[in-house]
Design a protein around this ligand. Sequence first.
Ligand SMILES: [Zn+2]
Ligand SMILES: [Zn+2]
Length: 258
Amino acid sequence: MRVTFVGVGEAFDEALPNTSLFLVGMTGERRRSVLLDCGFTAAAAFFSCAGVSEADRRDGPDAVWISHFHGDHFFGLPYLLARLQEQGRVRPLFVHGGEGVADKVATVTDLAYPNLRASLDFELRCITAWPGKPFAVAGFAAQAALTGHGAPCLGLRLTTRFGALYYGGDGAATAAGAELAAGCALVVQEGYGLEAGVAGHGSVPEALALAESAWAEALAVVHVRRELRRERGGEIGRQLAAASIRAFLPGPGDVFEV
Ligand SMILES: [Zn+2]
Ligand SMILES: [Zn+2]
C-alpha cells in the first residue's frame, strides 16, 4: 500500500492544498487506486503532485471517496472530471460517498460546467456508502463510520492486500470510527486544534490517542488549522515524533509506504 499526501491543509489554507490522499494498493492480483477527498484545491494538486506517478496523473484514480459534502472535500470534482475527459479517459470512474452523493456530485458538476456530464466519454457512477454496512471501493474491502463533524462525515477503512488504512475525514473520532482504525498500518486523522474541545473538529492529542488505542502502526495528522500549522508546526511535529507509535505531520507530496 502506498499513500501519497496530495494535500494536507484545512479548508481555507492558502499555502497547503485541501486534505486529499492518493492510495495505490493491491486487491488480489490487481493494482487499484483511490483518491480520498477532492476539495477546492485538491484536484489541481493531484495533477501536479510529485508523489503520484505520471501514468496515474494521466489516467486518474479508479475511484474517488468523498468523506462529506463540504467544499474543501468535494468541490474539486468538476476540475477532476473535466481534466480526465481532456486526458482521454474512457474507463468508468466510481465516486463513493455518504447519503445523497449522486445528487451532490451532479449539482456541483452541473453548476461548474452545465454540459460536462452529458459529454463525458467515461461513465460516472456514484455509489452511496452507509455506515456499518461493508462495501467495496475499487475492489478494496471498505467500511465507514460517522465521525463527530458539523456535517455528516464518514470515516473510512480500506483494506488492501498489504495493510489497511483508516482515513477519518473531518471531525473528532467516534467509538465507531475507532473500531475501524483498529490494527491499521496507517491512520490519517485530522488535528484541527491543539487540544480537545474544538466544535466539530478533532485535535492533535485526540488523533494520537485514537491511533495509539487502535494499535495502529502509524499516524499521519492532517487538516491542522492554518495558523497553528504555520506557527507551531515544528512543535506539533516534535510532539508526534515523541509518541509511542510512528506519528508525523505530512507535507504535500509526501509518501507513506508499507
Ligand atoms: Zn475539511
Ligand atoms: Zn468539513
